[in-house]
Design a protein around this ligand. Structure first.
Ligand SMILES: Cc1ncc(COP(=O)(O)O)c(C=O)c1O
Length: 473
């Protein structure tokens, strides 16, 4: 094959695999000629070939860019409209069952928000773990009492300008994943019988936290791209005695929305007026697809009313179970006390290993890589839904993270679809587990965290086929 064709194939592969995305500049002619050790005219010929194929375009005095494919995207779901009354939460074993089905060997895991291990820096984390085991010696076996590993808190604080405001390491409490952070913060601000306002749909873990504490959920209308409706929330706080609000401002699960920064500011101002705490779940905050990290609502807080929760589960490793919270001066002592009362401490070694990994400097590079990969996987899975699901299906357009929320025709029952999909060894998450009132019967959430293999593609085709069969009946 001619040399220029080989070069063109390499560049085409970068585009197809998502390393180079629509609108991004491809390497300059000179740079590529140096990298590939070929002449400038060979690269020019390769770029001409790609240009003629519609993959890249030349922009005067600027270079070559990946063409923005005019993708015909499926329509989005509209703003949700839950009923305006608070309810107790009773999910029972439904969600644990979902996790168990996921881990049955041979199941294609489209039900849980999980990325394959290929996206985690496993080797780097292993090396960090070995180093800290040596450094800590006997201390590796002692309790790391709340607020947790100081080195890790320093590393988190070092990255805090990205969150929109600098953070004092002493204001951070390390937790067992984001889930413990949510648990502790909620217990710090509310008690059994209280009403908590949540987004609708919401992450089922939030419903489980409310259920375990005997609190009531008040579901608030939520926009698929811009998050919770402030108008509806303003009415809700006027009409109800709301103890706290929980919001996934950045990387909503299952919607994939990132609330605009200006709206976060308004949200904080609204809750400050009525003195209601906001528990901000920022677990997907680092996995945005845009140019820069969106700020947190916490960064606008001047009254100590925002309790920020996050974790390394989605970006580094869920198995390490390392999360953190910034409860603010009003609630920190209470959160630390509750932490001690519930688990005494977070495991010593994983905290130290994550700190070591962060201090090594490869984290930002790792994040850049997985953001690109996840954006591509979301795109491919959305294309799959577009091609294979019944007419009338709607899909969210996540701005980060790795789940999509799929609305199918009304008559379709997500539990029945899940049953049929499980027979084909595919797991999916049925919509009603994302609502206290079991809404969203015709919705499912699909995980885009797995590498796009032929097995995953076949699974999407199969779900689409099952859904089409059900829709026909
Ligand atoms: C929005 C959201 N918050 C919190 C969690 C829990 O995070 P962790 O695994 O760190 O406990 C998850 C996990 O899926 C999540 O999606």
């Amino acid at each position: 094959m001619e040399l220029y064709r080989q070069v063109a194939i390499e560049v085409k592969r970068l585009i197809e695999q998502g390393a180079l995305r629509a609108g991004e500049r491809v390497p300059s002619v000179r740079k590529l000629s140096r990298q590939q050790k070929v002449s400038v005219s060979t690269v020019l010929q390769a770029y001409l070939l790609l240009e003629n194929g519609g993959l890249i375009e030349a922009r005067p005095q600027s270079g070559y860019y990946v063409r923005t494919r005019a993708r015909a995207l499926p329509p989005e779901p509209v703003m949700s409209s839950p009923s305006g009354t608070a309810t107790s939460v009773e999910k029972g074993e439904l969600i644990v069952d979902l996790f168990k089905a996921e881990t049955t060997p041979g199941t294609v895991r489209l039900g849980c928000a999980y990325t394959g291990p290929s996206l985690f820096p496993v080797a780097g984390l292993n090396r960090a773990m070995v180093r800290v085991m040596k450094q800590l010696g006997d201390d590796a076996n002692s309790y790391e009492l709340p607020p947790g590993n100081l080195n890790l808190r320093r590393q988190i604080a070092r990255r805090s300008l990205e969150l929109g405001r600098s953070l004092d390491p002493n204001g951070i409490v390390i937790t067992v994943g984001g889930m413990e952070a949510l648990n502790l913060c909620l217990r710090a601000v509310a008690r059994a019988g209280d009403t908590v306002a949540i987004e609708s749909p919401t992450y089922f873990g939030i419903l489980q936290v409310l259920e375990s504490m005997g609190m009531k959920a008040l579901e608030i209308p939520t926009h698929p791209r811009e998050g919770i409706s402030l108008d509806a929330l303003a009415v809700a706080v006027r009409k109800n005695k709301i103890r706290a609000v929980i919001s996934m401002t950045n990387g909503h699960n299952p919607l994939g929305s990132y609330m605009p920064d200006e709206k976060k500011k308004q949200l904080v101002a609204l809750l400050a007026r009525v003195d209601v705490p906001l528990i901000e779940d920022d677990v997907y905050g680092d996995l945005y697809f845009g140019e820069r990290r969106p700020r947190t609502a916490w960064s606008y807080d001047r009254k100590g009313l925002v309790l920020l929760c996050s974790s390394f589960s989605k970006s580094l490793s869920p198995g390490y179970r390392v999360g953190w919270t910034v409860p603010g001066p009003r609630f920190q002592a209470r959160v630390e006390n509750l932490k001690f009362m519930s688990t005494i401490a977070t495991a010593t070694l994983p905290q130290a290993a994550v700190a070591e990994f962060l201090s090594d400097g490869g984290y930002e590079r790792h994040l850049r890589r997985i953001r690109r990969t996840l954006a591509t996987q979301v795109e491919l899975l959305t294309d799959g839904i577009q091609k294979h699901f019944p007419a009338g299906t709607r899909v969210t357009r996540p701005q980060g993270g790795f789940v999509v929320w799929v609305e199918m025709p009304r008559a379709l029952d997500a539990f029945e679809l899940r049953k049929r999909a499980l027979k084909e060894k595919i797991s999916i998450a049925p919509g009603p587990i994302f609502s206290a009132k079991e809404k969203y019967r015709n919705f499912i959430r699909l995980n885009c965290g797995l590498p796009w293999t032929s097995e995953v593609e076949r699974a999407v085709i199969t779900i689409g086929q099952l859904a089409r069969d059900m829709a026909k009946k």
